[in-house]
Write a protein that binds this ligand. Structure first.
Ligand SMILES: *[C@@H]1O[C@H](CO)[C@@H](O)[C@H](O)[C@H]1NC(C)=O
Ligand SMILES: *[C@@H]1O[C@H](CO)[C@@H](O)[C@H](O)[C@H]1NC(C)=O
Ligand SMILES: *[C@@H]1O[C@H](CO)[C@@H](O)[C@H](O)[C@H]1NC(C)=O
Length: 501
């Protein structure tokens, strides 16, 4: 038993060390090419999807400065959706004296063409040390000094009036185009409750400089601030463990970003009105891959590849997990396969389409020593063949009804929300629902998302595409809710239990 305990502690230490190597202050982290062919298997070599996933890592060099210098003016690159749903655009100014002025423009519609009201938030912000929760992020302290509200129509003003009267006993009569103080430093009256307002997002920052091969002198600067809790009631206490869509520096955004231009010149009395568009019916068919290395609340880094087969309701999802924020060090990958229901327009989220997804088959590939050992320790009879895991080798875990160690049981059903859009360069984007922040699975209709994850971009798998399931190295899985962190805690628990015995 003591050997097991030692082994477990060793693994634990190993995992922790891996987690620490980026936590040094003032460090500039550069992503460098990495051998992906190894992890993506032979089949991926000749297709565009493979190229795009690989490109995430070595095509565009990203550098991250910790702590970041965020002085400047940052704007949304499109209409954003927050849980609720809320449709908004953001324009944040950070000054060199550590004060900030943030504008959040809220809308009635999912294309941000009909402004309803705006919040003007002032305060101060100090980036501190590397985050303990999210590798690659910087923890910050903020303080608010004032929050103002301006609405743009009588019905909206009336609606806000009701909310604010309940929240703080507002006595003023709200009128459109006039600004009202919802809260000011030192005051006892806090009307911001009424709007579930929170700036907890400023507790976590990450700034990326992205080298553009064709414009080497002009690096794109993107600012990520913390995520917003999917439960409205939890927003004010939420400590971010993921990010919202990045804000673009107004000095470096690409010219094709029309929204960036419009938002950058807007103010509280002239809210941005984005170009109107029509929503088209969803055509899921084809291959979709991540646009960037994604951060999942719950501290996961991953890239995804979805495949929807033509004229059938079969889907595949490939999830490549990593231990670092630029997706260079693979930990494990999951491939899932199953079927999905026909989509129906959402009545909750304008522009969204609802689906039900079921996972019936799953394969897992451990990609590093730590995960391989963990699977061997924990698999029992509930995750593939007991103690048979080898680094880099895939196992089908369908016969064991999933993988208990990764928290996945099969068959598994999820209630999904999808949306299809285009980026400023015209590429087709696919958004699927944000996972509940508390780490649970949207396995019942009432848990269906009301906002989205980072988008996937359409790609072509070519003739040798993944559609032909063959000997690929990695296969499907419901990578959504797995928490390697959970494994670490499980390890500690197991270690304790063994000690007691
Ligand atoms: C880290 O950066 C901050 C500001 O960016 C600077 O004040 C500080 O001296 C730097 N520390 C080291 C060890 O370089
Ligand atoms: C900080 O800088 C901004 C912009 O330069 C200025 O408007 C503001 O008054 C300054 N605040 C303090 C407290 O110095
Ligand atoms: C997590 O959140 C969902 C709604 O998003 C809720 O239904 C569920 O009860 C929550 N689970 C836990 C364990 O808090």
């Amino acid at each position: 038993m003591t050997t097991t305990v030692l082994l477990l502690l060793l693994l634990f230490l190993l995992l922790m060390t891996v987690g620490w190597c980026e936590k040094l202050p003032n460090k500039s982290v550069k992503s460098t090419p990495v051998q992906l062919d190894k992890s993506y298997g032979k089949l991926y070599k000749h297709n565009q999807c493979h190229y795009m996933l690989k490109h995430l890592q070595d095509g565009e060099q990203i550098s991250v400065h910790m702590p970041p210098d965020i002085t400047g003016h940052w704007v949304s690159e499109s209409c954003e959706v927050r849980p609720g749903p809320e449709f908004l655009t953001r324009s944040y100014h950070f000054f060199s004296n550590h004060t900030f002025q943030a504008l959040q423009f809220y809308y009635k519609d999912n294309h941000c063409t009909k402004p309803s009201y705006t919040l003007l938030i002032e305060g101060s912000l100090h980036p501190r040390q590397a985050s303990w929760l999210v590798r690659g992020g910087t923890k910050s302290d903020y303080q608010l000094s004032r929050v103002l509200l301006v609405s743009y129509s009588l019905p909206v003003a009336k609606d806000l009036q009701v909310k604010l009267e309940m929240a703080c006993g507002l006595t003023e009569h709200l009128e459109p185009d006039i600004s009202y103080e919802l809260w000011v430093e030192g005051s006892d009256r806090d009307c911001t409750h009424g709007l579930s307002f929170s700036m907890q997002e400023l507790e976590l920052l990450r700034m990326e400089r992205r080298f553009r091969p064709n414009e080497p002198e002009r690096q794109a600067e993107e600012l990520f601030v913390g995520d917003v809790h999917t439960e409205r009631t939890q927003r004010r206490n939420h400590r971010p463990t993921g990010y919202q869509p990045p804000l673009q520096n107004i000095k470096t955004y690409v010219n094709s970003c029309v929204a960036c231009q419009i938002i950058s010149v807007a103010d509280v009395h002239h809210p941005p009105v984005l170009p109107s568009r029509t929503d088209h019916p969803l055509h899921l068919y084809g291959n979709w891959v991540s646009k960037r290395c994604e951060v999942r609340p719950g501290v996961l880094f991953l890239t995804r590849h979805f495949v929807f087969h033509k004229e059938s309701n079969i889907w595949e999802g490939h999830y490549y997990h990593y231990s670092d924020p630029v997706c260079r060090h693979p930990t494990f990958s999951i491939s899932a396969k199953g079927h999905y229901s026909p989509g129906i327009p959402s009545t909750t989220v304008m522009g969204g389409t609802e689906y039900t997804f079921t996972v019936t088959q799953m394969k897992v590939t451990p990609m590093d020593v730590a995960t391989t050992s963990l699977l061997n320790v924990f698999s029992g009879d509930e995750c593939g063949k007991h103690s048979s895991w080898k680094q880099g080798f895939q196992q089908d875990v369908t016969p064991t009804s999933g993988c208990a160690a990764l928290g996945i049981r099969l068959p598994h059903t999820e209630y999904e929300l999808f949306y299809m859009g285009r980026d400023s360069a015209g590429h087709r984007l696919l958004f699927n629902g944000q996972r509940p922040t508390n780490g649970s699975s949207p396995d019942r209709p009432h848990k269906r998302a009301t906002s989205y994850q980072p988008p996937l971009v359409h790609c072509s798998a070519g003739q040798k595409g993944i559609g032909t399931e063959g000997d690929h190295h990695f296969v499907l899985g419901n990578g959504y809710n797995t928490k390697p962190q959970g494994l670490v805690y499980a390890l500690i628990v197991v270690a304790l239990v063994f000690f007691v015995k």
